[in-house]
Design a protein around this ligand. Structure first.
Ligand code: FMN
Length: 226
């Protein structure tokens, strides 16, 4: 079982999104998964030009020459694809959106038409279509900041004909990167729940109700709650 994360935070490895994602991946590795993270901040991925040549020439035939194909190759061997992003203006980051737009090259009309048939063929041959997950971090303490991302991801999974198997949305981003020495109980509890979610995803491909409850309970008010 291979889990590939596409992290769309401009802060990459040093971001709050990655702190939460790393806990999730630690749990997934404990559950037996192999994991890989691609930081889009370290890649050159330029915006889709909307020329649709990838739809007429065929999947994967993009006129832009950059790191996109290299990243798609990583996704090609994944059983679970995790998109990870900070909340930017109630939505995903521009880095991740740019990447998603470029995924059009593997999701044009011909592929959309045949995706379902291909997935069924692959499944009967023992290979499964990858499943999708979303991990996000926002600055505020209101869980409503993730409403757009959650809806967007369910649309994306329909368009890509992939099961959307889990969401981890952490409020209070600043608390995750706060200086050591501060009271981190809420943070460490959250990271423990994210780790448990990773273990469950690796073993059962779902997050249990009890872990989901821990991942969605409000962060306590306090100096780190914004
Ligand atoms: C341009 C920009 C827009 C943001 N918009 C929101 C927002 O709408 N809601 C929110 O709660 N936090 C918002 N934030 C805060 C980030 O989501 C938060 O700091 C997050 O933890 C950053 O994750 P990162 O360190 O992985 O990049 C915004 C930050 C930036 C830089």
């Amino acid at each position: 079982m291979k889990i590939a994360v596409i992290n769309g935070s401009p802060k990459g490895n040093a971001g709050n999104t990655n702190i939460i994602t790393e806990s999730f991946l630690r749990g997934a590795r404990e559950g037996g998964a192999e994991t890989i993270t691609v930081f889009l901040a370290e890649k050159e991925i330029t915006p889709c030009r909307g020329c649709h040549i990838c739809w007429t020439r065929g999947p994967g035939q993009c006129v832009i020459s950059d790191d996109m194909l290299q990243v798609l190759a990583v996704l090609g061997s994944a059983d679970i694809i995790v998109f990870a992003s900070p909340v930017y203006f109630a939505n995903i980051s521009g880095l991740l959106k740019t990447f998603m737009d470029r995924m059009t090259m593997i999701g044009g009309p011909q592929t959309a038409k045949t995706a379902k048939i291909e997935n069924q063929k692959n499944e009967s041959a023992g290979a499964k279509a990858p499943k999708l997950m979303m991990i996000s971090s926002c600055g505020l303490s209101d869980r409503g900041e993730f409403d757009v991302i959650s809806l967007w991801m369910s649309k994306v999974s329909q368009k890509m004909n992939m099961d959307f198997i889990g969401e981890i949305y952490a409020t209070n981003g600043k608390a995750f990167s706060a200086e050591r020495g501060t009271d981190h109980t809420a943070v460490s509890d959250y990271l423990e729940a994210a780790e448990q979610a990773g273990k469950e995803i690796a073993t059962d491909k779902r997050i249990s109700d009890s872990t989901r409850r821990l991942l969605t309970q409000p962060f306590p008010d306090g100096p780190l709650s914004n």
